[in-house]
Write a protein that binds this ligand. Structure first.
Ligand SMILES: *Cc1c(COP(=O)(O)O)cnc(C)c1O
Length: 480
């Protein structure tokens, strides 16, 4: 069994095993002709169920064959140009290489004595990101598992900075299309049920700052404390970017922590053509970025950045066995002092490899391309009488629905769109997402694959219309 431990005597076994795995994935990439096979839960579950984990195969090739059957064949492939559903990106090769290295060396980024150079590399990437944002000389931050954790940590710092005796008096302001992790964070942070005030959005799904101003006034009049405003820079559904300069202004006036959730829109930080969309982000107190969304990085890769490094102390605990106080005096850098996690992946290496091989412009160009594609998709949808499209995209999502001229019953239209999404998924020919707007069912394309062409979008719109028409035809039959 020792032959399976990665060490000096097993280097050859390691090389062969990993190469075998890489070969399988490479073959898969070369032959995948649709994003999904359409396998059902009922078909897949028994194949996984019947495997006896107490009966190992003792043979890597056999296990890889088995993996083909339980996972690889029927996985959802984000690299396929017709995967258009969620905020998942195809990944860039330098980052995948980084992933292979970081898991083999297995550094843990909590302390210097578990990571050495890893800690310095992470710090350099945090500084790079903070500079791109424009947070100023006192900025800092830390890599996290994802936007959810980044938002939680940012709001933890905001809560501590609000210095309230009574958590029930704290309020967070976020737009009605902000990410649900804001509400979840409020709950985890022990705030009251009405802690998150939902601010209405305008026609373009951007926070109405007039409404925010009114809510902040009301908060003051009610003797409550405005703990934070969460500005969303790229809402998950619409890619809409809240008016950051106006929000910064209001936060200044009310002495409120400004958090920018740029989990999705952070790719603009590298964009050669669209960086200006984030103007105002430099005034934030904290920022969430998800490199695993718009920097084409493998999950997980995310960070929370802060304007004032000293606020990270609210996440600091000194454990004698790990990061005793004397290490601070000895100036030994320990990232655990800034993190909600303890043992932590060296995700920063993936971004490091990416920037060193491709450069920031390389990544930013890819994100620009998908934003261009979304614009083309919007033009297609706006000109197509079969579809209603919600907003012109700022980033790379399109929210739309099939609206047949002859059908007026809203429930029927909802049914047709729901059915089309399901039928498309079952066919495996394309994967699209869905959401609700104004209580009605809509479909959504999240475009993060520069290989997707306008012709793919047109073809998928035809497929959706076909499924929707079939549903409506059948429902007419049922009615008669
Ligand atoms: C995806 C997303 C999140 C959550 O990020 P995870 O990495 O999925 O945890 C938060 N906010 C916004 C706006 C997002 O799009």
């Amino acid at each position: 069994m020792r032959s399976h431990l990665l060490n000096d005597t097993t280097a050859e076994h390691y090389r062969r095993s990993v190469t075998d795995g890489v070969e399988r994935v490479a073959a898969k990439l070369a032959t995948t002709d649709r994003p999904f096979t359409g396998v059902t839960v009922d078909a897949l579950a028994p194949r996984i169920e019947r495997i006896d984990l107490d009966q190992p195969l003792h043979d890597t090739a056999a296990v890889l064959d088995e993996l083909e059957d339980v996972y690889l064949r029927d996985a959802i492939y984000f690299h396929h140009p017709r995967y258009l559903a969620h905020l998942n990106c195809p990944v860039v090769i330098p980052a995948v290489l980084g992933e292979a290295i970081l898991s083999a060396v297995n550094s843990s980024l909590d302390t210097w004595d578990q990571s050495a150079g890893g800690t310095l590399i992470e710090r350099k990437l945090i500084d790079w990101t903070a500079r791109r944002i424009g947070l100023g000389p006192a900025a800092d931050g830390v890599f996290t598992s994802g936007g959810t954790q980044s938002n939680l940590q940012a709001l933890l710092l905001a809560r501590e900075e609000a210095k309230s005796e009574d958590l029930a008096t704290l309020r967070i302001f976020a737009s009605e299309v902000s990410h649900f992790s804001v509400k979840k964070s409020a709950k985890l942070l022990g705030l009251g049920q009405d802690a998150v005030v939902s601010v209405p959005v305008d026609h373009d799904k951007r926070m109405q700052t007039v409404a925010l101003a009114r809510e902040l006034e009301r908060c003051a009049q009610d003797g409550l404390i405005p703990m934070a405003v969460v500005a969303t820079a790229g809402s998950t559904d619409f890619g809409s970017i809240d008016p950051l300069p106006e929000i910064a202004e209001l936060c200044g006036r009310h002495d409120t922590w400004m958090h920018v959730d740029a989990a999705y829109g952070c790719g603009l930080l590298a964009s050669p053509r669209r960086r200006a969309l984030l103007n105002g982000i430099e005034r934030a107190d904290s920022v969430t970025v998800d490199y695993h969304k718009s920097f084409f990085q493998p999950v997980s890769s995310s960070a929370v950045l802060v304007r004032d490094a000293s606020t990270l102390r609210h996440a600091t605990y000194h454990a004698e066995y790990l990061n005793p106080r004397r290490m601070v005096q000895e100036r030994i850098p320990n990232q655990v002092d800034k993190s909600l996690q303890t043992t932590r992946r060296f995700d920063a290496l993936k971004l490091w490899m990416t920037l060193r091989v491709m450069g920031a412009d390389g990544i930013g160009q890819l994100f620009d391309e998908v934003c261009d594609l979304a614009q083309e998709g919007w033009e297609l949808l706006a000109a197509d009488p079969r579809y209603d499209v919600v907003v012109e995209p700022a980033l790379s999502t399109l929210v739309f629905r099939y609206i047949p001229a002859a059908v007026t019953d809203p429930a029927e239209i909802d049914g047709a769109n729901l059915h089309a999404r399901k039928a498309l998924f079952a066919s495996g020919e394309a994967v699209v997402a869905g959401t609700k707007v104004g209580g009605r069912h809509y479909l959504k394309f999240t475009l993060l694959n520069p290989e997707t062409k306008a012709s793919d979008i047109a073809a998928v719109l035809d497929l959706i219309a076909g499924h929707a028409e079939q549903y409506l035809g059948e429902s007419l039959d049922r009615a008669s």
